[in-house]
Design a protein around this ligand. Structure first.
Ligand code: SF4
Ligand code: SF4
Length: 505
């Protein structure tokens, strides 16, 4: 198997305490079936899914309960068998934070009765459609529709299978590669064919030798020579898409673009595993591997979790809480966010739960003024200027934020860690992006309203012209010779009728 050499060094980032061995001591745990699942319709990037079941309806495991709400959306399925007990709004964790989504409540029956599975179709278009309906989305965190990503508008030269998993605490991809390498490699080969890629490279950080060995052996077993391997240094955030494309190809992705602009598609190893299960067994995406970790959980582990499992049930499955839990974080401690409680469900985006004690999280939120030291810029992977972004975001100067590349900020949190003034830069940039999106939306709405108003004025002007023209025609008609003669004749007829009538009386 070919080892791919790196074309560049990683830019920015730093070595960080990984804390991953907490959850890698035992195999992936299975068998969790909570009494009730809460399955949000908003689990993927793009439009929410649309419910296709009713309250009181019995469903089987893998049955479609939410159809894709659009081309960029994906289907949602029952994670086990049971009865739909409610359809109502509730909190749904997404990659950008908690949101409110329509949720289907499923009272499970403990039988895990599977729905009949479909066949893997023969044509590329039908396969893409099947992947979308099967609810397969990127499990690395961004939850983009896998079908849309593979379909792509640009030619794909290189498929990058991201197993770098650089975020501290998270080990679900590492364990998946160790325990299911054959499925992961088969899924990657299927992706490569669907995307029309020339080759595939598996990327693994140097601190995961067991995972690398396992996928290498699986690839050797399958004997496909198009697969390569690359080891990247254990530096946070080595697993960012932009970083990977740069170090593997030497090409930079233009600002505001995605990997296809550099001839690459990045997919997570968990997504490859999900795709292989769908192709081989007809199983839609109804579960994912979640790392449950932190000093505040009794038995840290990786667990295969039915989608919709309340986090409380997941923590109980891992032996419950231990000691004083200061914060419950969804995702790792760098890119994740704190949850208000444990009654929210695991969605397709949920790769990790950290039950953290006070020594594992930042406890002081006091900020000091910026001293312009430039440390934030030194660690920024996409080579932005966080200090200037901070100034522009403070006054909501969106033009300046655009010019400084706000949209290229990957919200990695490196600048926060580097900042001696403890300024929560990443949160500022997250908020600035949201404010930017709201402002853009408002500008779009205002522009549409203005267009409508201008169209209405033009319509009214045409109507006024028509009325004026009709009036002019009428007056001209009245004044014409023929009209005058007709009017005179009518007046004469009327006067004759009047004379006759007077004579009769
Ligand atoms: S690291 Fe903090 S103090 Fe230094 S320039 Fe950046 S924002 Fe300012
Ligand atoms: S959060 Fe954004 S600005 Fe800060 S280091 Fe990461 S990419 Fe750069």
């Amino acid at each position: 198997m070919l080892e791919r050499s790196l074309q560049r060094e990683l830019s920015g980032g730093f070595r960080i305490r990984a804390r991953k061995t907490m959850s890698t001591g035992t195999p992936i745990a299975r068998g969790l079936v909570p009494k009730r699942l809460i399955i949000p319709m908003t689990q993927q990037a793009g439009p929410a899914a649309i419910p296709v079941v009713e309250v009181g309806q019995s469903v089987s495991k893998g049955e479609l309960i939410g159809r894709p709400g659009g081309q960029r959306s994906a289907g949602v399925h029952a994670s086990t068998s049971g009865v739909i007990s409610a359809i109502q709004d509730g909190p749904a964790p997404t990659v950008n934070g908690l949101t409110t989504s329509l949720c289907l409540h499923l009272e499970t029956d403990g039988r895990d009765e599977p729905a009949p599975s479909g066949k893997w179709p023969g044509t590329r278009d039908a396969r893409m459609d099947a992947i979308r309906k099967a609810g397969i989305v990127g499990l690395g965190g961004a939850v983009f529709s896998t079908a849309e990503k593979l379909r792509g508008d640009d030619d794909c030269e290189l498929l990058i299978l991201n197993g770098a998993e650089c975020e501290p605490y998270i080990s679900c991809d590492d364990m998946l590669m160790r325990e299911h390498p054959l499925e992961v490699v088969r899924g990657a080969l299927a992706m490569m064919d669907l995307a029309g890629a020339e080759s595939t490279v598996f990327v693994v950080e140097t601190d995961k030798p067991d995972a690398l060995r396992a996928v290498r052996e699986a690839a050797a077993q399958l004997g496909d020579t198009r697969i390569e391997f690359a080891r990247v240094p254990t530096v946070y955030p080595a697993g960012g898409e932009r970083q990977l494309v740069e170090v593997l190809t030497g090409r930079e992705i233009p600002s505001g673009s995605y990997p296809p602009a550099a001839g690459c598609i990045c997919q997570n190893v968990g997504t490859a595993y999900a795709l292989d299960r769908f192709i081989r067994r007809g199983e839609p995406l109804t579960s994912r591997i979640v790392t449950v970790t932190g000093s505040g959980v009794a038995h840290a582990a990786n667990v295969e979790v039915p989608i919709g499992t309340p986090i409380r049930d997941l923590i109980e499955f891992c032996g419950g809480y231990r000691g004083d839990v200061t914060r419950l974080i969804l995702g790792g401690n760098m890119m994740g966010y704190a949850l208000p409680g444990d009654d929210v469900p695991i969605t397709k985006a949920g790769n990790c739960i950290v039950a953290a004690h006070s020594d594992e999280v930042r406890d002081s939120f006091r900020e000091w003024p910026c001293i312009r030291c430039g440390d934030c810029a030194d660690v920024c992977p996409p080579r932005l200027l966080p200090q200037q972004l901070l100034r522009a975001s403070a006054v909501s100067d969106f033009d300046q934020l655009d010019a400084l590349g706000l949209n290229d900020c990957i919200e990695c949190g490196c600048c926060d860690v580097a900042c001696p003034s403890q300024i929560a830069l990443t949160e500022r940039f997250r908020q600035a992006k949201q404010a930017r999106a709201v402002a853009s939306r408002r500008a779009e709405i205002a522009e549409l309203a203005d267009k409508r108003h201008r169209r209405k004025l033009a319509r009214l002007a045409v109507q006024t012209e028509d009325v004026d023209r009709q009036q002019d025609d009428l007056i001209a008609a009245i004044r014409s010779e023929d009209s005058r003669a007709m009017i005179e004749a009518a007046v004469a007829r009327a006067s004759r009728r009047r004379d006759n009538s007077e004579t009769t009386h």
